[in-house]
Write a protein that binds this ligand. Structure first.
Ligand code: NAP
Length: 294
């Protein structure tokens, strides 16, 4: 890992989120000039004093970011809807807000734009959550800016859903649970995103060091929770029915994440392995933190 890169000003959009926060910390640890753009500065108090600048703006409203990118070399964006409930659509945020960032980057003469999409996004453009991200990827590719698209596997933060089920005593998986995944920790992925600043790769698919079946993840979560191994296998017809019902009767904001999760539960999602954080340790740490709180 290079820790002595030429000093450039990097602007992180999404620094109040899981991955963006690790990216800002990684940049700071490499002594790079780090600016962030946030709507709620109160969420980044831990790193505020180490930043070169904090731009308070609404990335969904282009007029609020106008003129703020002067001197920025590279923009890294992890902006996207995950659990936010702002009444906005994926097209408003994953596409629209990132287009606002890209337009401003072009206007300010920014050299490179690094964007975090999802693993196999190109293959799942029909899913609501992916459609908007890949529409942005299309625009980024023809923007004239240098770019890297990061295509990460599931984050450790999302694997907490397995722990939540485990704490209740049973973990539900589909079919035999033999499909595989290599989820990645935010700190490991942040290194990949920061390395991309000086990389000429246009697309980087990446996952964590352990390739695990869904059954193994379920087992790991139950072990960390100190619960007996109780894994319930649900049939795939139920998974497909849930997707259909959600798509038919709820809005894209509601069904988007469920449709994405349930679709990926039916296939292997394996990306080149990177990083040192192990999911079993993450689960154990999560449980320890939980025990200290209660
Ligand atoms: N979780 C996964 O397993 C996974 C896997 C692959 C790719 N990804 C993608 O990677 C990206 C980052 O994921 P993450 O887990 O770090 O997400 P996260 O923790 O929810 O962070 C998302 C960031 O986007 C910002 N944002 C969302 N809606 C916004 C809005 N309307 N206006 C302004 N800012 C807004 C959030 O700001 P606030 O803090 O102010 O809400 C936050 O800084 C997402 O696009 C996600 O889809 C996730």
């Amino acid at each position: 890992m290079q820790h002595n890169e030429i000093k450039k000003t990097i602007l992180v959009a999404g620094a109040t989120g899981y991955l963006g926060n690790y990216i800002a910390k990684e940049l700071i640890s490499r002594n790079m000039d780090t600016k962030i753009i946030v709507r709620k500065p109160g969420k980044i108090i831990d790193i505020a004093s180490k930043l070169t600048g904090i731009i308070q703006a609404e990335v969904t409203r282009p007029e609020t970011i106008r003129g703020h990118f002067h001197g920025v070399d590279t923009v890294i964006s992890t902006v996207g809807i995950t659990r936010q409930k702002d009444g906005l659509t994926y097209m408003d945020v994953d596409y629209g807000a990132n287009m606002n960032l890209l337009d401003e980057a072009k206007r300010a003469g920014v050299k490179k734009f690094i964007y975090v999409s999802v693993i196999n996004g190109q293959l799942h453009r029909n899913l609501k959550l992916v459609e908007a991200k890949e529409a942005f990827v299309d625009q980024l590719k023809v923007s004239g800016l240098d770019y890297t698209i990061i295509r990460p596997n599931g984050f450790f933060s999302d694997m907490r859903d397995f722990l939540k089920m485990a704490e209740k005593g049973s973990v539900y998986i589909f079919g035999k649970g033999k499909k595989k995944i290599n989820p990645i920790h935010g700190a490991d992925l942040a290194q990949v995103c920061v390395d991309a600043i000086n990389s000429n790769k246009k697309e980087i698919a990446v996952g964590g060091p352990d390739i695990l079946t869904h059954y193994e993840v379920a087992e790991m979560a139950l072990l960390a929770s100190g619960k007996p191994i109780n894994i319930i296998h649900l049939p795939h017809w139920l998974r497909k029915s849930i997707i259909w019902i959600m798509r038919t009767f709820t809005s894209s904001k509601t069904y988007g994440p469920i449709e994405f999760f349930l679709t990926l539960m039916a296939e292997d999602a394996i990306a080149p392995r990177y990083g040192s954080h192990r999911l079993s340790h993450f689960f154990q740490n999560e449980m320890d933190t939980l025990k200290k709180r209660t």
